[in-house]
Design a protein around this ligand. Structure first.
Ligand SMILES: Cc1cc2nc3c(=O)[nH]c(=O)nc-3n(C[C@H](O)[C@H](O)[C@H](O)COP(=O)(O)O)c2cc1C
Length: 325
């Protein structure tokens, strides 16, 4: 297929989503192909993100250890691959690698505030380094050409709110910009500031109306997301931790509250079985499955005890045996 038509297709996928569209946020150790398939089987959002994947690692001999983060299945709907790293040339090469393998776009992580990441100048640290941020975006856009839409996910500032940052990003003619309404320093602590996101939408309207704006931060239900989207004139709403409270968070009417212990355990078993099938060579650590314990084993008698037993298990097969009992 010609590159031109690939980009056209991908862009159409993003542009033609009913607005406001919902997005599953990128979450490290969480939003792998397995969990995305589980979410899709419950209630598919308009878009999903991969976990962040390091381009400098991908373009090094360590590449095989990271490739599992880019697995994709046909059951997930449109998925954006999220990249992070430092070297523009590695962003360039990685974006080239991503063309034509099924992703709906490439996102650059400019928001992760984790110390080990920002101490080297990556992710949220780029908020304080517009020249490098600009080079990285240019490299990704040049590599993507007409083949893939490009987006950035970021925050509203580093130590304090800095509206020159979204203003700068809007000059970069991105296809999509996802804004988490907190500074990097705020981590996930104080409430997300949606009035800043609203200001960025207005800025977009005057600077570059083609960039889709997605708001993110503290949305726990679809109804809350729709309300925020309408109030702030947003194109999309991104939900992260809300999925831990309700795997059907993207459904018009979630059945989760009414689900029995058996139904929840069946869904967890499906997740674990898919993990076993997908990572036959143990490419992904079993420990990542423990993160989901509280999602599925919750809200029924004996849940706390079962969770404690689950935490003692040492591999997916043993975990499955426990849940089968
Ligand atoms: C466990 C976890 C992992 C995360 N990993 C990433 C990541 O890889 N890339 C990223 O851009 N944001 C990451 N985030 C941030 C989320 O995408 C999102 O911006 C944040 O959780 C706020 O949204 P929420 O209030 O809906 O959870 C992560 C958040 C959590 C809780």
């Amino acid at each position: 297929m010609a590159k031109q038509s690939l980009k056209a297709q991908n862009l159409v996928t993003i542009q033609k989503l009913d607005k406001p569209f919902f997005v599953l946020a990128p979450m490290d150790d969480v939003t792998d192909t397995v969990f995305r398939q589980i979410v899709a089987s419950c209630a598919k959002p308009g878009l999903m993100f991969t976990e962040f994947v390091n381009v400098d690692g991908l373009q090094s001999p360590g590449r095989p250890r990271l490739m599992h983060k880019l697995l994709l299945s046909k059951y997930e709907g449109p998925v954006i691959a999220q990249l992070w790293g430092l070297k523009p040339e590695n962003y360039y090469k990685t974006t080239k690698d991503l063309i034509g393998i099924g992703f709906a776009g490439v996102d650059i992580n400019m928001g992760c505030p984790v110390k080990t990441v920002i101490k080297n100048g990556a992710c949220a640290a780029l908020i304080n380094n517009k020249p490098l941020a600009s080079e990285i975006i240019d490299a990704v856009q040049e590599a993507a050409g007409d083949a893939l839409p490009i987006s950035v996910k970021t925050r509203v500032g580093f130590t304090s709110v800095d509206m020159s940052w979204p203003e700068f990003l809007l000059t970069k003619k991105l296809n999509m910009l996802s804004i988490h309404g907190r500074t990097a320093k705020q981590l996930s602590k104080s409430p997300a500031n949606w009035s800043l996101i609203e200001e960025i939408v207005k800025m977009r309207d005057s600077l570059y109306p083609s960039t889709l704006i997605v708001g993110n931060g503290d949305v726990l239900t679809r109804a809350q997301g729709l309300d925020l989207a309408q109030k702030n004139n947003l194109d999309g709403i991104m939900i992260g931790r809300g999925i831990f409270h309700d795997p059907f968070v993207f459904a018009k009417a979630s059945p989760w509250q009414g689900w029995s212990r058996e139904q929840k355990i069946e869904l967890f078993k499906k997740h674990i079985k898919l993990h076993i099938e997908t990572y036959k060579n143990k490419e992904r650590r079993f420990e990542t499955l423990r993160k989901f314990c509280k999602v599925y084993i919750n809200g029924f008698d004996g849940a706390a005890e079962l969770r404690a037993e689950f935490m003692e298990t040492e591999g997916p097969e043993q975990a499955l045996n426990l849940l089968n009992q």
